[in-house]
Design a binder for this molecule. Sequence first.
Ligand code: GCO
Length: 259
Amino acid sequence: MFDLNGKVALVTGAMHGLGMAMAKGLGAAGARLVVNGHSSQEKIDKAIASYKAAGIDASGYRFDVTNEGEAEAAIAQVESEVGPIDILVNNAGIIRRIPLLEMPLDEWELVIRTDLTSAFIMSRAVAKRMVTRDGGKIINICSMMSELGRDSVGAYAAAKGGLKMLTRNMATEWARHNIQVNGIGPGYIATEQTAPIRVDGNPFNDFIVGRTPAGRWGDPDDLQGAAVFLASTASDFVNGQIIYVDGGILATIGKPSNE
Ligand code: GCO
């Protein structure tokens, strides 16, 4: 039931970090990978080489997930060149650490468009095709900020909170077509995106290690299990759920640092 052989999985923002780790998990379970990026073709080629080195069948498509026309054209191209998309992972995202009082509107809109609207654009286009095939899987990558606020990441929290509810509403509207829509909420994971706040001696670094019952930062590969579960028949009656892979952060009020 966790076997993904014969399935085509499209993962957005899968050139590194969480996206690449989850994509490699799906590939190791047998899925044929389609990975998206918006940066340089060179970065995409480098990522594809890394997938191939891991023995994973992967093809890369460079397009902007926030651009409706580009996204829909790319999805049509993928379906004609690789095959019908069975699994969509909306992982592409950015963060801006700017206090709300100083947050420029264009930065706010960029975060909302990249982290929330892109999932709507991609999912609507792919789900239209999944409906005709009576089935599919959509996984939206949420965050601790889908549940918790934090100084300086207000736009990100608004987008990730919105993504949690978008996930639930997609499930509400599409479950009848045998499409399972769920989310994964990564905790604090050691990636390029968290590198600026994960510096030794940075109080936030120590705070997170103390605030996480597991007592460590997560590793991107820690997300692979939840991704394979939500992409496979093992989750055929799971809908509108967010699986938080966070080392226990959301389960606890935390404890004083000196305890
Ligand atoms: C931050 C972090 C977080 C994590 C993640 C937590 O600045 O607080 O970057 O946003 O990346 O989203 O779930």
